[in-house]
Design a protein around this ligand. Structure first.
Ligand code: NDP
Length: 338
């Protein structure tokens, strides 16, 4: 068995926004699986904002991708050859094999996918890591109550769109923030959020205030930057802020840090009894069974809506990923392997 595969490696570390030269597409020879091993062919690759952090050599909750190392990522893969009793040819699994067309595995860490994942790409989006993030961040930290106002930015994306739809089910009034007319229309009309505000509008700050006449009780932070500055003055006493992502600053290098607002922030956290709580989804991984029990039926019945943005071909992954950091994706960004 002689298979030639392809992979994308980190060619160099970016300074600011990633550029094409920071990635390199390589051909590789895939070794045959040994005793107790399987061969996986990647079908879909999830592209996610956290990948930008792994490109830097900076202390974080996860170690950086080494230069010349394969870009990290979660993949839906099909078993195409098996020497392992638990995996049969044709099975689909979730694998952390990265931006790579093939992988030889002994089965450790693989998650078999059953027929709740329809289409199968939902295992990377609404019923995958982003969906679990939305569900657990909102339910464990945000805890929306009926009649409260919940605000979520990046509202057309896989995390934000599910946060808003679950908050609606909890009886909250939901205000979404998105970039541009098409995304805003989707969030209001298809997802059914009560109000949508465009963060690219020159009047964004006053439009957000108008959309939240009773202030904000839960703000699920996905963005930071100017969106945070507009949200901050509207927070009610006892507001809850699950701090989940700060995509607006992922490309900033040290010279672009801006004015230090920390003293103001700390004063207001104190005087308004605001609870801030950072979280990484892996903290709640044990809640995956109840998340799937509750949310998969909503997805199957069409009660929860989702949008996927599927790009064809591993060679197009770097460009698609660079676009994700600029908001060019519309919905869960996935690469379909050629
Ligand atoms: P999306 O697919 O929604 O993509 C990111 C979106 O962010 C863009 O499409 C864009 O939407 C918006 N955006 C980008 N830059 C800005 C900006 N400067 N100001 C305002 N909006 C901006 O991403 P996900 O749903 O996958 O992830 C959302 C956030 O959640 C990210 O910050 C991510 O890092 C975080 N996350 C955290 C996890 C955790 O465990 N803590 C796990 C998963 C995700 P638009 O055009 O509408 O502005």
């Amino acid at each position: 068995m002689q298979i030639t595969g392809q992979q994308v490696v980190l060619a160099s570390r970016p300074d600011g926004a990633p550029k094409a030269e920071n990635f390199r597409l390589e051909k590789v020879t895939v070794r045959p699986p040994g005793e107790g091993e399987i061969l996986l062919a990647s079908r879909y690759l999830s592209l996610d904002p956290y990948m930008r952090g792994r490109m830097d050599d900076r202390k974080s909750y996860a170690s950086p991708t080494p230069v010349d190392g394969v870009m990290e990522g979660e993949v839906i893969a099909e078993v195409i050859y098996s020497n392992h009793p638990d995996f049969t040819v044709g099975m689909h699994v979730l694998s952390r094999s990265g931006w790579s067309s093939h992988c030889v595995s002994n089965g450790d860490g693989l998650i078999p996918l059953d027929d709740r994942f329809k289409p199968i790409t939902t295992a990377l989006g609404v019923l995958g890591m982003p969906g679990l993030t939305a569900y657990t961040g909102l339910m464990n930290i945000g805890k929306p109550a009926p009649g409260e106002t919940v605000v979520v930015a990046a509202a057309s994306g896989p995390v934000g769109s599910l946060v808003g739809q679950i908050a609606k089910k909890a009886g909250a009034r939901v205000v979404g923030i998105a970039g541009g007319k098409e995304k805003c229309q989707y969030v209001g009309e298809t997802l059914g959020f009560d109000e949508v505000v465009d963060h690219r509008s020159p009047d964004f700050v006053s439009e957000l205030a108008k959309a939240c006449p009773n202030g904000i009780d839960v703000y699920l932070e996905l963005v930071g930057g100017e969106v945070w500055n507009a949200v901050f003055p509207l927070l009610n006493p006892y507001a809850r802020i699950p701090v989940c992502g700060l995509i607006a600053q992922y490309n900033a290098n040290d010279s672009q840090k801006g004015t230090d607002r920390l003293p103001v922030l700390m004063r207001e956290i104190l005087s308004r009894s605001i609870l801030f709580r950072g979280f990484i989804v892996r903290e709640y991984w044990d809640q995956r069974p109840e998340f799937l029990d509750e949310v998969a039926p909503w997805v199957a019945s069409g009660d929860v809506r989702f949008q996927e943005d599927i790009v064809f071909g591993l060679k197009n992954a770097p460009e698609a990923f660079m676009g994700l950091l600029e908001g060019k994706n519309f919905g869960k960004l996935i690469v379909q392997f050629d």
